[in-house]
Design a protein around this ligand. Structure first.
Ligand SMILES: [Zn+2]
Ligand SMILES: [Zn+2]
Length: 343
């Protein structure tokens, strides 16, 4: 079977690996779709991010779906032929945080396609994957592409949970990438009455409009457009900061009303924060990182029609053109979510 392997910055190869056998409690999956994520692009373009660097070749990918083709011993609830979304979140189940139910904070997390630990955790951009049955959620009725969106959607659902009550709230989303546009869907499903999205790129904002943002603002062209929302003590109840940009964070904080909530989803390294405004407006600053138990919820919300991620899947590229797919995924003037088709 073939797999997409990153060796170092800009050195992406399609290599052959042995087809593994499913052990007890595991299933073998013929992969169908894999979404290219910002972290995959960091490995591809820069060989890592922050203090995380590739130290050995690593199979990329963690937003995946496929069809079950063989069952290991003792697997119930799945059948050969089922379309499944595969959660890349693999906590140990034994550490302090797992015991407390904070599984996304597992100290021994084996998240697919991550160079944080060494040896690196190999990813799921491969034609065949053996996974624990407990990672697999049946995605009956969805397309393989939708099923592969369960992972980034779970990130946003976890963030939405961290934000708390959204019913009737006014929401500002800074950064209209895949996470920001999925946040439009999640905030709407959670009952937000007004959703405004900012970005620097019209193509990205077009996707936010198409999935239901009430207003989009290109802050590169119209740097004053947020001023009306910043007047007095501000307007919005909740800021989903999805850009990782300190400028966007500062502009968003200025547009929050007293007791508003800053939900930081974007990864921008060590950002500076207008702390005085945080204090004076009594804002809450909340981080959000990965997800765990939200994964089946993401599938259910797509299945029951609460939200539709299909408009965000902008490109589907066959495995043998993976490199072109990665280049496309990184081009914000064209792409929103680019996916690899394995089948
Ligand atoms: Zn991702
Ligand atoms: Zn753990």
């Amino acid at each position: 079977m073939r797999a997409i392997v990153i060796h170092s910055a800009r050195d992406l190869r399609i290599e052959t690996r042995e087809v593994p056998k499913p052990g007890s409690g595991q299933v073998r999956i013929k992969m169908a779709a894999g979404g290219i994520c910002g972290s995959d692009l960091h490995y591809y373009n820069h060989g890592g991010f922050g203090t995380v660097h590739l130290r050995e070749p690593m199979i990329l990918g963690h937003e995946v779906s496929g069809h079950v083709e063989a069952l290991g011993e003792g697997v119930n609830g799945l059948a050969v032929g089922d379309l499944v979304a595969v959660s890349p979140s693999r906590p140990c189940g034994n550490c302090q945080y797992c015991a407390e139910g904070l599984r996304n904070h597992c100290e021994n997390m084996r998240f697919y396609g991550s160079a944080m630990p060494f040896p690196h955790i190999q990813g799921a951009f491969r034609e065949v994957l053996v996974a624990d049955a407990s990672q697999c959620v049946r995605a009956t009725g969805l397309t393989a592409g939708e099923a592969a969106m369960a992972e980034p959607l779970s990130v946003v659902l976890h963030g939405t949970r961290r934000a708390g009550e959204i019913l009737g709230k006014r929401v500002l989303i800074t950064g209209s990438g895949p996470i920001g546009t999925l946040a439009v869907l999640a905030a709407r499903a959670a009952g937000a009455t007004e959703i405004v999205v900012t970005d620097l790129e019209d193509n990205a904002l077009g996707f936010a409009s198409r999935v239901g943002a009430d207003r989009v603002i290109n802050v590169a062209q119209d740097s004053d457009a947020l001023a009306a929302y910043q007047a007095g003590k501000g307007t919005f109840d909740i800021l989903y900061e999805c850009s990782g940009s300190p400028q966007a964070l500062a502009a968003g904080i200025a547009a929050l009303r007293p007791r508003g909530i800053v939900l930081q989803l974007g990864l921008g390294g060590d950002m500076t924060i207008p702390m005085q405004m945080l204090t004076a407006k009594e804002l809450d600053l909340r981080g959000s990182f990965r997800f765990h138990e939200e994964f089946p919820t993401a599938i259910a919300l797509m299945q029951n029609g609460s939200l539709d991620v299909k408009p965000l899947i902008s490109h589907t590229v066959p495995l043998d053109q993976a490199q072109a797919g990665f280049d496309l995924a990184g081009d914000r003037t064209q792409a929103m979510k680019a996916q690899i088709a394995f089948g």
